[in-house]
Design a protein around this ligand. Structure first.
Ligand SMILES: C[S@@+](CC[C@H](N)C(=O)[O-])C[C@H]1O[C@@H](n2cnc3c(N)ncnc32)[C@H](O)[C@@H]1O
Length: 225
């Protein structure tokens, strides 16, 4: 499923802040799903780490993905410009800075995708092509909750169960708000359903807020661990 979901390109600096990643975390094996055009995997690999990205758009050749990334960076920035009051301008100074940072991340992603295609696995939730506990830490940025208007409750439940299946230690999900700042009304019900499946959840504040009010992540781990 890609449809009209944006394929965005956040850099490692944003991932670090959104997911409160420590230097220790960055030494773990990590999956970024949905990876989109983020430069997280490229930058972590550049530091000697073990990151892999997974996204439905990775069936695409490098040239077409480079075009898509540039187009989507512009589309995302157009939205931010048109809705500037929905954002807190501390991480980015203004929409031009947002465009510059995201475009730079997009270029890093495309260069790494071109040179190291094996780091970018074509796949989609809620069924991932990885073994149980394949990664120590699994990150999910701006797919779940962000598109709650298009992705139903059952998709969220099944997707988090699947991310948890491939995570040995933890899944971290950010943000907990939809585009347009809508709260995810069924978060309590979702956490209860996950608990029934043996997945414990915790809402943890983070030191990052770009979308106004989006300053917490959901941490998921097996109950009892
Ligand atoms: C807004 S982007 C987020 C990209 C990146 N994580 C970031 O923060 O910049 C959402 C991504 O979700 C991907 N996507 C759409 N449907 C998906 C699915 N069913 N499973 C996994 N990824 C999906 C899209 O291709 C897109 O790259």
């Amino acid at each position: 499923m890609v449809g009209d979901l944006l394929v965005t390109s956040r850099p490692l600096a944003e991932y670090r802040a959104m997911f409160a990643l420590t230097d220790d975390d960055l030494r773990r094996s990590m999956l970024d799903c949905a990876g989109g055009a983020a430069s997280f995997t490229a930058e972590v690999r550049g530091l000697g780490g073990q990151a892999t990205a997974c996204d439905p758009s990775y069936a695409t050749g490098a040239d077409a993905l480079a075009e898509l990334t540039a187009r989507e960076t512009r589309r995302g920035n157009d939205y931010v410009r048109a809705h500037a009051d929905e954002y807190v301008w501390t991480h980015f100074t203004d929409p031009d800075d947002h465009l510059a940072q995201r475009a730079d991340a997009g270029r890093r992603f495309v260069a790494d995708y071109t040179a190291h295609r094996e780091r970018y696995v074509h796949g989609w939730l809620p069924e991932l092509p990885f073994a149980d506990n394949a990664f120590e830490l699994v990150l999910c940025s701006h797919l779940l909750f962000s598109y709650a208007d298009r992705l139903p409750f059952e998709f969220h439940r099944a997707a988090i169960a699947e991310l948890s299946r491939v995570a040995e230690r933890q899944v971290r999900i950010f943000p907990l708000l939809a585009m347009g700042l809508q709260r995810y009304e069924r978060l309590g019900e979702l956490r209860a359903a996950l608990a029934t499946a043996g997945i414990g959840t915790e809402i943890r504040s983070v030191d990052y807020e770009f979308q106004r009010g989006a300053d917490a992540m959901l941490v998921c781990r097996p109950i009892g661990c």
